[in-house]
Design a protein around this ligand. Sequence first.
Ligand code: ADP
Ligand code: MG
Length: 209
Amino acid sequence: MATQLERKEYDLTPLRESKLPIIWVLGGPGSGKGTQCDKIVAKYGFTHLSTGDLLRSEVQSGSGRGQKLNAIMEQGELVPLDAVLGLLAEAMLANVTSSKGFLIDGYPRELEQGLTFEKQISECTIILNFEVSPETMTKRLLHRAQTSGRVDDNEETIKKRLDTFSKHSKPVIEHFSNKCKTINAERDPTEIFKDIEACLDSLANINGF
Ligand code: ADP
Ligand code: MG
């Protein structure tokens, strides 16, 4: 889809120089990223940035950019890389002086997003990859739909989002396999978090956060 979105320029030097840990949280829609990120923030104090939330608040702002984004999200498709990376960079810069590290939830959605992030911003430290079956994701999303008010939590869009996810996510995991920790996220949230703690505690020993 040829969508024209305004571009802003940023000086990303403070982010590069901060050397803060950067954790990407990958997983399909409804895999439990938001749920686990809340737990990670509570224990480790990282700055949680969900690209979905950043995009939805841009839509809420009523900007022209937001209206174009909403139309794409309603279709269950990926928004253009520039738009999502710009929002992320802006949010990271706003927090860089006080942050202990960044938890980036829902990005990268495709390989190019990951490569461009590392080229323009900084290297990712570790990836938490949530593995869940499409059936479980659908079930959870339909349940979430009862309260979320999200334009994309409906049966038709969920199907498209799952297709978009399965098409684009594999190359990301394969390319970054050396720093990717795959987590069985079919289980109870408490059980899942134990595995995450094991990953992050060993990372803390190495990076000293
Ligand atoms: P994501 O951010 O990956 O889209 P959410 O964290 O918003 O996923 O979770 C989607 C829905 O599934 C929510 O209603 C949440 O309460 C529920 N959920 C999340 N993790 C689990 C889990 N491990 N087991 C059962 N339900 C879960
Ligand atoms: Mg989420």
